[in-house]
Design a protein around this ligand. Sequence first.
Ligand SMILES: Nc1ncnc2c1ncn2[C@@H]1O[C@H](COP(=O)(O)OP(=O)(O)OP(=O)(O)O)[C@@H](O)[C@H]1O
Ligand SMILES: [Mg+2]
Length: 324
Amino acid sequence: MSLKQIFESHPERRYIMFGGKGGLGKTTFSAATAYWLASQGKRVLVFSVDPQASLTDIFQMDIFGKGAVKIMDNLWAQEIDADKHIKQYQNEIRQKILDMYGLDQVPDEIEQYIQAASAEPAMEESAIFDAVVDIVVEGNYDYYIYDLVPLGHALYYLSMGKVYDEWINKITQLREEMREYEEMVSRLKREKETEEDAILTELQYIRSRINASSRILTDREKTAFFFVIIPEEMILLDTQKAAGLFAKFDVPISGYVVNRVVPQELMDQEIPAYLRNRIEMQGRYMTEIQQMFGKDVAAYVPELERDVTGLPMIEKLAKIMYGE
Ligand SMILES: Nc1ncnc2c1ncn2[C@@H]1O[C@H](COP(=O)(O)OP(=O)(O)OP(=O)(O)O)[C@@H](O)[C@H]1O
Ligand SMILES: [Mg+2]
């Protein structure tokens, strides 16, 4: 099936992801797909968790950390600023501690703990994950296109549920440590024990959100995951391995898109030997791709005359990918 047929025959697949190794064309295909769907009249949000501000580059608009930015009719783009979210967490935690214990300053030990916890990579991942949950749970769009980071990270991202659990454990630990303060403070203020554990309620709420969102991510009905590959040996080997890992996370693979194919027709022209060699090499790997992925190849995308930035180039690519 072609990409267009896949989209047309599965309108229920609203969460679209392009995954693959670094630099193969994930952001490019995300943008082109978002463009095509939007021009079909669908409301589309393409979003990125990449701190490299890749959508800002391809759309040539300042998007990073600005929420959903309108690109054209029906098309919005968003880049999540993880640092900003971490700062918000810190403030929320501080505020909760102040409110719960009636303090007017966060004790030094707790402040140090908050700082240390924020430096953990797990914290950044959770911040990103939480922002993604916010976006997806809101449900304002017909399509959500995740512009993923390279494979290794994407795997990590998909296992985020686990990472988030770690963070929850840390907070639970913090909560236990807080008990000492609690006792001390209530003794000082001669107050009765805190009736309700607000933080625990909060944690349960977070957990329910995680469950909801990881269900979406691995939902075979609503999610389409495409692997981006190019006709080169290392990429094919790595992709095969990765496809196996993704299967473990229950990620439904909808197809493979082969990028940067040098047009075979060039062979009929006067071309330098090195280009001839490249085309022959690609030809060999194209045969392998056929054998490995066969019917699952949804599109072949040629090497274009220049990089894909700005709407006219994105439109040109969308026409190639979606065959108009
Ligand atoms: N078919 C193509 N023809 C010409 N240039 C292309 C093509 N596909 C991608 N590019 C260019 O290759 C570069 C890398 O593409 P892109 O940023 O989409 O890759 P990526 O997989 O998102 O990378 P990363 O892993 O860093 O996020 C970009 O400059 C893009 O414009
Ligand atoms: Mg990218």
